[in-house]
Design a protein around this ligand. Structure first.
Ligand SMILES: [Zn+2]
Length: 180
């Protein structure tokens, strides 16, 4: 089994991500996470997945392992899913995306209206918050995609190492987010 990253496009009808952008976002994340997942299991005696990554577009709650990732794509903060996560005291928001968590669950979202040219970059940024539970101060002081997203940018070596280090942390994703 590969490491699965689920992308849930929750944009209202008529405001969906254009299909070519959706595909390139998926392909870009697939490339990055394949490399990172292989880094992550390198040296692990019993990795919880066999290697490689699989980025999958979904419309309903997936069958997801507690160490895997789910990223929602919503139109803008008015449609926030993370805002509904109960007791998410430690949450982080930028204009581009938002990640929150409580004692049980973690939830990340990317705002489509912020710019469709940086969806992969923002998704990766939120994925770093999601897996590390680093707040803004701890994450944004780093380089690469820990900072504001620019079109065409890739994770830095430091970003990849950080993500690889935390990739198999247990961060159950908030599947009840599909109700919003
Ligand atoms: Zn951030």
């Amino acid at each position: 089994m590969a490491y699965n990253i689920y992308l849930a496009d929750r944009a209202p009808q008529g405001s969906e991500i254009p299909s070519d952008v959706r595909q390139s976002t998926l392909t870009t994340l697939q490339t990055w996470f394949t490399e990172i997942s292989n880094m992550a299991i390198n040296g692990m005696s019993s990795p919880p997945f066999s290697g490689g990554a699989c980025v999958i577009r979904i419309n309903s709650p997936p069958s997801i392992q507690p160490f895997e990732l789910l990223i929602f794509f919503v139109l803008n903060p008015r449609y926030s899913i993370v805002n509904h996560l109960p007791h998410s005291g430690h949450n982080r928001r930028t204009a581009a995306g938002f990640t929150g968590w409580n004692d049980q669950f973690t939830c990340s979202e990317v705002y489509i209206d912020h710019g469709i040219q940086t969806l992969a970059q923002v998704a990766f940024h939120e994925a770093m918050h999601n897996k590390t539970h680093y707040g803004d101060r701890a994450l944004h002081s780093r380089d690469g995609l820990a900072q504001s997203a620019t079109p065409g940018a890739s994770p830095s070596d430091n970003n990849e190492q950080l993500m690889a280090q935390f990739l198999t942390n247990q961060r159950p994703q908030w599947l009840a987010g599909f109700n919003y």
